[in-house]
Design a protein around this ligand. Structure first.
Ligand SMILES: [Zn+2]
Length: 300
């Protein structure tokens, strides 16, 4: 009898204890995985669908990822069409009603920030143009703060028992974040107005925050790989109007920016772009510390 009771208790704890104690979260990108971890602590179990070494526009919906999504209580993605090439398929295959569009379990960070580069007309011949604006919102630390506020509300809605705990973690994060933001803003004053070339238009929010000037892109059109012809034109343009550096994200191929650095006398800089993009970018704080440091070094 005792043994049966024991087994019963064990089964109960296996069945419901774990699922009640932790919220299963799948984030589409590492920055949102990191933010959810900051706000959820040990109340959440977070998995990121992509790494800093992957292009978030295109990944494969592999079976292990489908299984994660099937069991998730909350999906935290950028939206703004960033994941349009893979997330709809993934959601369809996972068949998890909690994550349906407009369900509380489907959180889109892009809804809580002001998008840059909203196209005045939608012309797919112009490349990978996003109808809702540029989706690479994590480049601006002020956007991280806005998304944190919205995300904590969503966590509290899905897991109301722990609402107070989520809010306390958010308060702690917000305090540390605003102190760091103040420091970064002061440190980066010398970057204002510095002209740069970018590989893809994924640095716009970062450059906008820092007041840096984008004067060219290695891609001839968004999402179209750099070509010799385009790089030649860009190099000639830079003879007339020089830039200080060429920026690419950790996941992007080095070839084109190395070529340009050599031919147009500028510094090639690899930014972590998201959490995990280099050794220092272990969390969101490290991501911005490292980005600021790399940019200041290249601007010297
Ligand atoms: Zn993009």
């Amino acid at each position: 009898m005792k043994r049966v009771l024991l087994l019963g208790a064990l089964a109960l704890s296996l069945c419901c204890g774990a699922s009640r104690a932790t919220l299963n979260v799948v984030a589409c990108e590492p920055e949102w995985a990191s933010l959810t971890q900051e706000l959820g602590g040990d109340l959440v179990r977070v998995f990121s669908a992509t790494t800093a070494m992957q292009d978030p526009h295109r990944i494969e919906a592999r079976p292990s990822l489908i299984a994660r999504v099937r069991n998730a209580d909350l999906l935290v993605c950028t939206g703004l069409e960033l994941e349009v090439g893979w997330l709809p398929v993934l959601l369809q295959q996972a068949g998890n009603a909690r994550l349906a569009a407009n369900a509380p379990g489907n959180f889109e960070a892009g809804r809580f920030v002001t998008p840059l580069e909203l196209p005045s007309r939608l012309d797919r011949s112009e490349g990978d143009v996003h109808a809702q604006g540029n989706p690479h919102i994590q480049g601006d630390p002020r956007n991280i703060a806005r998304v944190a506020d919205a995300l904590v509300q969503r966590l509290a809605q899905i897991d109301p028992i722990n609402a107070t705990a989520y809010r306390a973690k958010r308060d702690s994060f917000a305090q540390r974040w605003s102190a760091a933001l103040q420091r970064w803003t002061t440190q980066t004053a010398p970057l204002k107005g510095v002209p740069v070339v970018v590989h893809h238009k994924n640095m716009s929010y970062l450059l906008n925050w820092l007041g840096m000037r984008e004067v060219g892109t290695l891609e001839p059109k968004p999402g179209i790989e750099p070509s010799a012809g385009h790089l030649g034109t860009l190099s000639a343009q830079l003879q007339r109007e020089p830039a200080k550096m060429v920026l690419r994200a950790a996941y992007q191929d080095a070839k084109a920016s190395r070529w340009l650095a050599e031919h147009a006398a500028l510094t090639a800089v690899v930014l972590p772009f998201t959490v995990g993009g280099n050794d220092k970018a272990v969390d969101l704080f490290g991501l911005f510390e490292s980005s600021v440091e790399l940019l200041l070094e290249a601007a010297k």
